[in-house]
Design a protein around this ligand. Structure first.
Ligand code: SF4
Length: 348
């Protein structure tokens, strides 16, 4: 028996080919997309504008979605973390975050991660595989299923979950274009943020894509000798190279870049570090997101005190750096990316 075709995340040409092989006109592909992406329907029998024979044929030959939600954690502030399994060793997480500007989904782009950042749960057990475009898209679909009860939908995407998005470049860029399409989730390009730990050649490539998304660079240390200790990628692309690529990115896209800076107690959280950070970013159209660390069981790093956070923010402000203290959402669930997956796989 041949495997059923997964129609979720299938691009328009492949979808129209699929219907044409069934002897169906092109408009059926459009109708199917409406059912899947606008109405969140995966059961072919509920697709009431399809003739009965077509519904039967679809039942026999196709499915909508390849994964299932195997765990779900809800925090008191409404943050929801979902673990989705596409296969036994293919579990990813996505997190629904409620901000004042709307509902944001934090997506995974890989199973595990190669980057090995010292403070991160996702990288602790290495890399398993890249996600396909369809698997990235399916996370949005499941999040919308979750939100449908409250008649809400995902309006913003941040590629900041498990994995280094630019290390899975093609699938990630395809998924961004797909999610932005008005026939699918219609998520505005300006509502999409892609985060990178600093893959310099890919940042340059991204600048050529003509996507008006927001690039977010995970910096986490203002000088090489500190960044080398927590982010192995820095040995390949040290800060000078990274910052030069970011400057070029801003010049060619005219888009503001965001820098993420996790405050690790006693490591990078002193006013002197804020000062060095300000010097590093001088003249760049940028915003710094300062994130007090969320402690991860099994890792030695600690969260900074409130006082240290205040001093750090003040030092940045005094140097004229636009900085935002990132509100910690859902702190009582396994909030760091990769934590829920580790728990499910018994690695914690
Ligand atoms: S912080 Fe991001 S890039 Fe670094 S190991 Fe974790 S998932 Fe990978």
């Amino acid at each position: 028996m041949t495997a059923k075709r997964n129609l979720l995340g299938l691009a328009w040409p492949a979808l129209t080919d699929f219907f044409s092989e069934l002897g169906q006109p092109e408009y059926r592909a459009k109708q199917l997309m409406e059912w899947i992406y606008q109405h969140g329907v995966s059961d072919f029998n509920r697709m009431s504008n399809f003739p009965k024979e077509l519904r039967q044929k679809l039942e026999e030959t196709a499915v909508v979605g390849a994964g299932e939600v195997i765990a779900r954690q809800v925090a008191s502030d409404g943050t929801i973390k979902l673990a989705i399994a596409f296969a036994e060793q293919r579990i990813v997480e996505c997190v629904i975050l409620r901000y004042h500007h709307g509902i944001t989904l934090c997506l995974s782009s890989q199973v595990g991660c190669k980057m090995g950042c010292a403070f991160c749960a996702s990288g602790m057990h290495g890399f398993v595989d890249n996600l396909t475009t369809a698997e990235i898209i399916e996370q949005i679909w499941w999040a919308n299923q979750e939100l449908a009860v409250q008649k809400q939908r995902v309006g913003h995407l941040v590629y900041m979950g498990m994995g280094e998005p630019l290390d899975n470049y093609l699938q990630v860029v395809n998924s961004i274009r797909f999610a932005n399409n008005s026939s699918t989730f219609n998520i505005g390009m300006r509502n999409i943020t892609l985060s990178t730990s600093g893959l310099v050649p890919r940042i340059r490539q991204l600048a050529e894509e003509d996507l008006s998304l927001t690039l977010s660079v995970s910096l986490h240390a203002p000088v090489d000798y500190l960044r080398d200790q927590i982010m192995p990628i820095n040995k390949r692309y040290p800060l000078a190279e990274l910052i030069s690529a970011v400057r070029e990115y801003v010049r060619s896209t005219r888009r503001r870049v965001t820098f993420e800076y996790i405050l690790l107690a006693g490591f990078n959280d002193q006013p002197i570090h804020a000062d060095k950070l300000a010097s590093l970013l001088a003249g760049i159209l940028a915003n710094v997101n300062v994130i007090p660390y969320n402690e991860v069981p099994g890792l030695p790093w600690q969260a900074p005190t409130d006082k240290q956070v205040r001093l750090f923010m003040r030092a940045l402000e005094q140097r004229g750096i636009t900085a935002t203290l990132r509100r910690e959402l859902g702190p009582e669930i396994d909030a760091a990316c990769g934590q829920l997956r580790r728990r499910l796989q018994g690695e914690e």
